[in-house]
Design a protein around this ligand. Structure first.
Ligand SMILES: C[S@@+](CC[C@H](N)C(=O)[O-])C[C@H]1O[C@@H](n2cnc3c(N)ncnc32)[C@H](O)[C@@H]1O
Length: 349
């Protein structure tokens, strides 16, 4: 959330929208167990996004041999191999999916929308995970409050989501919100549950989509990962760490040296790839004093990859930027891009 927005926030942003009677209605109001009776042995995210989720879970959980609940579990709990839970309980609606999930030590079938009370004693868990499923909760505040009850003080509740969904089962408020509003909404549910410390946000956007992914041809980056997480109040306050979404290859001094050398090297200072000659498109709204720029078209360049997240946090959703060099002015600049394909037809070398 932008800092200014955060500071201005004196009351929950979604208050009114939460109060709307139909906010948590769905296109398909039939019993959830009917929809989830169909086995879905599919991944709900691309491989890069899944790896990010695993990495995030691995780095946030510092507990040695935690007791974990995977709330709204399917056939994969995204637990990294380095983490050795003492118990991993999966709660979901599809028996076959839970049976295939080898990481689970216990399996519970329970419909949260029918009964948000969780069938576990107070303080039983060190960690509760909820992955790509919060969109389907019709009584989220009650569920979050229950999660607070079954987590020990200081235990972690991690809610991970992206931008894909089963439309007919997602709530109206979720469907009708943009990605940034969904982040606000989940933060607010944490607040309203009144049992957690102030939630933190992790965002990973703009990583290159795997080449063999079925949506790779669309030129969109990997599925975004948003994670809102907080500890149950009353813990030791030990800090949890998140992975660096996409660390730069070079130290700041090295980067500065590379920036100064671009004129000679014509290589991107951020990723060291050769800059490509790119014909600028002349139009009456943007007159250029050059026919071409040198641009980094490496889709894995950290400058571009981090740009999605930076722009998101600044409120410019759905944009990033590529590094470019104006040889006539000897100036480094950035050019905004809405997709990974954008501008590639202008490469002229
Ligand atoms: C998109 S899948 C995500 C599965 C898993 N968390 C993952 O990361 O792959 C949504 C899951 O939510 C569970 N679910 C949906 N509605 C539910 C409900 N009312 N009560 C309990 N679980 C539910 C389903 O069983 C399904 O496995």
């Amino acid at each position: 959330m932008a800092l200014a927005q955060e500071q201005q926030r004196s009351k929950p942003l979604c208050d009114d929208r939460f109060a709307d009677k139909g906010a948590f209605s769905r296109l398909d109001e039939s019993d959830d167990s009917l929809f989830y009776a169909t086995d879905r042995f599919v991944q709900h995210l691309d491989a890069v996004a899944l790896a990010t989720v695993e990495q995030l879970i691995g780095s946030l959980i510092w507990e040695e041999d935690p007791i974990i609940l995977d709330l709204m579990a399917g056939w994969d709990s995204h637990i990294p191999g380095t983490l050795k839970p003492r118990r991993l309980v999966g709660l979901g609606l599809n028996e076959n999916e839970l049976a295939v999930n080898r990481a689970l030590t216990e399996r519970v079938i329970h419909d949260l929308n029918r009964d948000p009370r969780l069938p576990f004693p107070d303080g039983m868990f060190d960690v509760v995970l909820n992955t790509v499923s919060v969109d389907y909760m019709t009584r989220p505040v009650e569920v979050f409050r229950e999660v607070g009850r079954i987590i020990r003080p200081g235990g972690l509740f991690l809610v991970v989501f992206s931008n894909r969904m089963f439309e007919r089962k997602a709530t109206k408020i979720w469907r009708e919100s943009g990605e940034a509003e969904r982040v606000d909404m989940v933060e607010e549910i944490f607040d309203l549950a009144e049992v957690f410390n102030k939630p933190s946000l992790f965002v990973s956007k703009g990583r290159p989509r795997p080449r063999d992914d079925k949506y790779a041809h669309l030129g969109i980056p990997s599925d975004p990962i948003y994670a809102v997480y907080a500890d149950r109040t009353g813990g030791s306050g030990k800090k949890r760490s998140t992975p660096q979404p996409y660390a730069s290859k070079f130290a700041p001094e090295e980067l500065e040296r590379r920036m100064a050398d671009v004129k000679e090297t014509l290589r991107c200072p951020h990723c060291d790839k050769r800059l490509r000659k790119w014909a600028v498109s002349q139009n009456p709204f943007c007159e250029w004093d050059t026919d071409f720029l040198y641009v980094c078209f490496n889709d894995e360049c950290p400058y571009l990859v981090r740009g999605w997240e930076v722009m998101f946090k600044q409120g410019n959703r759905g944009l990033s930027y590529r590094f470019s060099y104006h040889h006539l002015r000897d100036r480094c600049m950035s050019i905004p891009v809405p997709t990974l394909h954008a501008g590639k037809d202008g490469i002229i070398d």
